[in-house]
Design a protein around this ligand. Structure first.
Ligand SMILES: *Cc1c(COP(=O)(O)O)cnc(C)c1O
Length: 389
């Protein structure tokens, strides 16, 4: 019988070894041995379901994949060395020269760099749509459109894209819908329910949740994973078993961590509303969010990212960062520690001012990745910094 999310995240685990351990051990081994020549032959012929070499499979990696498949209600998956290795493989293994991608304009910077710096060279063009106008998408579809790519909520604009709508469009035109679910995690939303074919994660963020390891995951339709698998094995982007072990343990606490992350983030967002030093605050579960209804439809809670626009542009944004006492100035997100970022002068500084405006990044935009410290301490730090601007 299928159990609840929290239970699956804890109880989906490898079979015990001969030592009857309670917590799954770490299998740091690059290869595996065979009883005889026949077992070796059958293993290489894919007649046996067993480990051969850690670039292909490893017990710790398989546990992480099995868990993510259950949590994302997906058939099959692969574990990569980083989120970007997973993103890259999803395109490179499935597309060929002449294919066309439709992507949301607001996507992770390195994903955008793949589209503009490399796929253009390989004759795989990308057309963008604005995250707040998914209805535009149908006009953009061409006979060679093979893939629709989105992140929701978007980074750092926090637009919410209607996955149910996109799922229908993708199905109607037989296009693969890929969702980077890094900001929400499977606890807050399961894109498969809305028609996504592949779900990608940077496990580096909320899945690890403590800023320790890199990792990437693809889960989804079995036929597509089967197509990506040989590319994955031949190009050597396997996740380290150590990282897989850390990430699988992290998933055991994902639900309780996310509950607190979201509670803290909502509280911060509410407390910032009306602050005289800012123009606006954005959070998916604030009623003032333009896609509040869609967020409620597809997300369990609002996530841990809050953005606001400080009055006074770049100077005020940097001054705010300089007044922060406890929170970390970092580009990472989804950590136990609250992180403050000024995208215009850091993560998104390579975009032109015009490009930044189109993805909703104004000069005074501040991104908060709300952590798990006591809410009063997080609030006090942000409020005292704002008061000094
Ligand atoms: C961080 C991130 C990635 C890339 O993940 P890495 O693990 O850093 O390679 C991809 N997509 C989103 C939305 C991210 O936040």
């Amino acid at each position: 019988m299928k159990k609840h999310f929290e239970t699956e995240a804890i109880r989906t685990q490898l079979d015990q070894s001969q030592f009857s351990e309670h917590s799954v051990p770490l299998y740091l081994t690059s290869s595996f041995v065979f009883e005889d020549a026949e077992e070796m032959r059958a293993s290489f012929a894919d007649e046996l379901d067993r480990n051969i070499y850690t670039r292909f499979t490893n017990p710790n990696n398989q546990e992480l994949i099995d868990k993510m498949c259950v949590l994302e209600q997906s058939d099959d998956g692969l574990a990569f060395s980083s989120g970007m290795a997973a993103v890259f493989a999803s395109f490179a293994a499935l597309l060929k020269s002449g294919d066309h991608i439709i992507s949301a304009r607001a996507i992770f910077g390195s994903t955008h760099a793949l589209f503009t710096k490399y796929f253009t060279r390989w004759n795989i063009p990308t057309t963008y749509f604005d995250s707040d106008k998914p209805q535009e998408i149908e006009k953009l579809i061409q006979p060679n459109t093979k893939m629709i790519y989105i992140e929701t909520p978007t980074n750092p604009g926090l637009d919410i894209i209607d996955m149910e709508y996109l799922g229908k469009i993708a199905k109607k035109h037989n296009i693969i819908l890929v969702v980077d679910n890094c900001f929400a995690t499977p606890y807050l939303q399961q894109p498969v329910k809305f028609g996504a074919d592949l779900i990608i994660h940077s496990a580096t963020k909320l899945i690890d949740g403590q800023g320790r390891v890199l990792g990437g995951i693809i889960v989804g339709r079995k036929d597509l994973i089967d197509e990506i698998r040989p590319f994955f094995r031949n190009t050597g982007s396997a996740l380290s078993p150590f990282n897989a072990w850390v990430l699988s343990k992290s998933l055991e606490t994902l639900a309780v961590r996310l509950d607190r992350h979201c509670e803290n983030a909502l509280s911060i967002a509410q407390s910032l509303e009306g602050n005289i030093k800012i123009n606006w605050v954005k959070y998916p579960f604030l009623e003032s969010h333009p896609q509040y209804e869609i967020a409620k439809k597809q997300m369990l809670k609002g996530g841990n990212i809050v953005t606001f626009e400080i009055k006074g542009g770049i100077k005020a944004g940097q001054a705010f960062l300089n007044q922060i006492k406890m929170c970390s100035l970092s580009a990472n997100l989804g950590d136990t520690r609250t992180i403050v970022t000024h995208p215009t002068t850091s993560t998104h500084s390579k975009l032109s001012p015009d490009e930044r405006e189109r993805v909703g990044i104004s000069d005074g935009l501040i991104r908060l990745s709300i952590g798990l410290e006591n809410i009063q301490d997080i609030k006090e730090d942000i409020e005292q910094a704002l008061a000094k601007i």
